[in-house]
Design a protein around this ligand. Structure first.
Ligand SMILES: [Zn+2]
Length: 243
């Protein structure tokens, strides 16, 4: 401490306390940043858009597979019909009963093909509609990603500013601590800061109350505090009292 008088020490301690209080409130501010909340919300929106896209894409994939399979079946069926028609027109079959059976078979197969073609068209329509939905959801996802990116940018900007502020306050505080040196008083201060919810150094309030625990001091205590030099502690909460 060198040439520091007790009142200079007290004043320095009080400044350190003010800096620590500001550091603590800045840290609390970081926790409550609205940008942090926005970022979380934007992240949730992005995630839900992502899962909507992947769900629809899976649905689309399954439908395409089904439609592809149906196309294959239609091809086989058409081949069958062509074969039966060839048989009918070949002139090789003369038995009327057999001819009639082939005609019936052809009618049956054509009917089936019509049904399958109708089903195919419905499926193609569904695929188109689903593709549109996927497109729209993807656009939503792109927008959600963009707002998340912006929210992140804003949050990081705010965060960096506050962190810079904290670093600056801490540097200032540490310089003052260095002026006091590695003393018991500094250790006491640090211990009190931890134990007393971040408030280790207080002023007298209204000329008679502890600024920490609000206890009212006796006349004698107040006289001593006012007229003597030195570091005082509240007898009740043990906080350091400064003028
Ligand atoms: Zn007190």
């Amino acid at each position: 401490m060198g040439e520091m008088t007790p009142s200079m020490v007290a004043e320095t301690l009080y400044k350190i306390q003010q800096l620590d209080t500001e550091i603590a409130s800045t840290k609390a501010q970081i926790e409550k940043l609205p940008e942090k909340h926005h970022l979380k919300e934007a992240g949730e929106e992005r995630k839900s858009a992502e899962s909507a896209v992947s769900l629809l894409e899976r649905e689309l994939g399954e439908l395409r597979l089904k439609q592809h399979k149906l196309d294959g079946e239609l091809e086989i069926l058409s081949g069958k019909i062509a074969k039966e028609e060839e048989k009918l027109l070949s002139g090789k079959i003369t038995n009327p009963k057999e001819l009639s059976a082939i005609q019936d078979e052809i009618i049956f197969l054509r009917k089936k093909r019509d049904e399958m073609e109708t089903e195919d068209l419905i499926m193609l329509d569904e695929i188109d509609a689903l593709r549109d939905k996927v497109k729209k959801e993807k656009e939503k996802l792109v927008a959600a990603e963009e707002s998340e990116r912006l929210a992140k940018e804003n949050y990081q900007k705010e965060l960096a500013e506050l962190q810079d502020k904290i670093a600056e306050l801490e540097r200032e505080r540490d310089e003052l601590k260095e002026q006091l040196g590695d003393t018991e008083l500094v250790k006491t201060y640090e211990k009190l800061l931890e134990e007393k919810g971040g408030l280790a150094v207080v002023k007298m309030e209204g000329g008679r109350n502890c600024g920490g625990c609000r206890i009212e001091f006796t006349r004698t205590q107040i006289d001593r505090f006012q007229h003597e030099e030195g570091i005082f502690r509240c007898e009740y909460c043990r906080r350091i009292l400064v003028k």
